[in-house]
Design a protein around this ligand. Structure first.
Ligand code: NCD
Ligand code: ZN
Length: 346
């Protein structure tokens, strides 16, 4: 068993950094591990224009610690009113390689999302033409559909028609959580890919209720059964180039998580790579970590792989109980627990 592992520096293909004082907490954590990240646009108000995305990018860059280099890859939040002309502006900027499709009401700050795919068909056609990637939150929003079934239902109800209507559009099925999604992506063409989070690889839905209600394990899509978790581990560790790292690190202040209507989102930005390493190690698949974390995503997005490296070492360390976060605190995934892998900082 190797005691250290050198990887091409990884990228995070799905990340929430928030804005304002939050940036000072979370940007250094991500920049320590990742060279680039696809930054989600679900701010309040959402990032719907290239101009807003570039201004947000500057605020993120201002929070990168000296000596680290971090390239935020920005996304636009699609609404029913997105102007198709915005797509060429975004592509021309060189900093906005993707748009994000939130079905309206699916998750945190998705109220202004798309109510019907037909409303963005001109935008999707333009993205297809220009080679822009579409990142999709893959859950139906119909309140009559059981929350545990919303991802599987999305495949037939939305994704298959979308891929049929836009046959060259490149699509990332974000944060997949089910065996259904894994099977679908595995059987799809190479223009379809999926990101997988650490929490969906580590936990099944029992983790929401261990000894009581566990708000820090609540995210969307919600954790699923053990059979789904093992399908995700097989997909992540199996070497298939269509599956890659996307933490979906989604920080919320403690008061917003530990509440009578707590927000969805797990904070893994501090230690994501170490969490993934533990999962791959437990699966006996450390050799597959580099492809998943550092190669497949860059290849899918058509970007050069990073050339520098990071080193992980087998060494126990305790995850802090919380971080300062604006006026409140941010509780990370596995707070207070001991992790078996540590990122060496040079
Ligand atoms: C995300 C957030 O808080 O922005 N929450 C989550 O549970 N994953 C939104 C999202 O990606 O669904
Ligand atoms: Zn997300």
């Amino acid at each position: 068993m190797p005691d250290s592992l050198v990887l091409t520096r990884p990228d995070d293909w799905h990340l929430h950094l928030r804005d304002g004082p939050a940036l000072a907490t979370v940007v250094p954590h991500s920049a320590r591990q990742f060279a680039r990240a696809i930054v989600m646009p679900n701010l309040v108000p959402p990032v719907t224009t290239t101009q807003a995305a570039l201004a947000y990018r500057d605020r993120i860059l201002a929070a990168v610690p000296d000596g680290l280099s971090f390239d935020p890859l920005m996304t636009l939040y699609l609404t029913d009113n997105t102007d198709p002309a915005e797509i060429s502006t975004a592509m021309a900027s060189g900093h906005v390689p993707a748009c994000k499709l939130y079905p309206a009401g699916a998750t945190t700050n998705s109220d202004r999302g798309v109510t019907d795919i037909a409303n963005v068909s001109d935008v999707l056609a333009e993205m297809e033409k220009q080679g822009m990637v579409l990142c999709v939150h893959g859950e139906v929003t119909d309140a009559a559909v059981d929350v545990f079934d919303r991802e599987a239902r999305f495949i037939d109800a939305v994704l298959i028609p979308l891929l049929r209507d836009f046959p060259s559009l490149r699509v990332v099925f974000e944060h997949v959580t089910t065996a259904d999604a894994v099977q679908f992506v595995s059987a799809a063409s190479s223009r379809v890919a999926a990101t997988i989070t650490p929490q969906h690889l580590m936990y099944n839905r029992n983790a929401l209720f261990t000894g009581g209600l566990r708000p820090h394990h609540y995210c969307l899509p919600v954790l699923k059964r053990e059979t789904h978790r093992t399908a995700l581990v097989d997909a992540a560790t199996g070497g298939d180039r269509r599956f890659f790292l996307g933490t979906d690190s989604a920080p919320h202040a403690r008061y917003a998580k530990e509440a009578d209507c707590g927000c969805a989102g797990c904070y893994s930005g501090y230690h994501a790579l170490e969490l993934y390493a533990a999962v791959f190690d437990a699966a006996g698949a450390l050799a597959a970590l580099e492809g998943f974390a550092s190669h497949h995503g860059a290849d899918f997005y058509g970007l050069a792989r990073n050339t520098d490296t990071v080193t992980l070492e087998r060494a126990g360390h305790v995850v802090p109980a919380a971080f300062a976060y604006g006026d409140d605190e941010l509780v990370p995934l596995c707070a207070g627990e001991t992790l078996g892998w540590r990122l060496r900082t040079h």
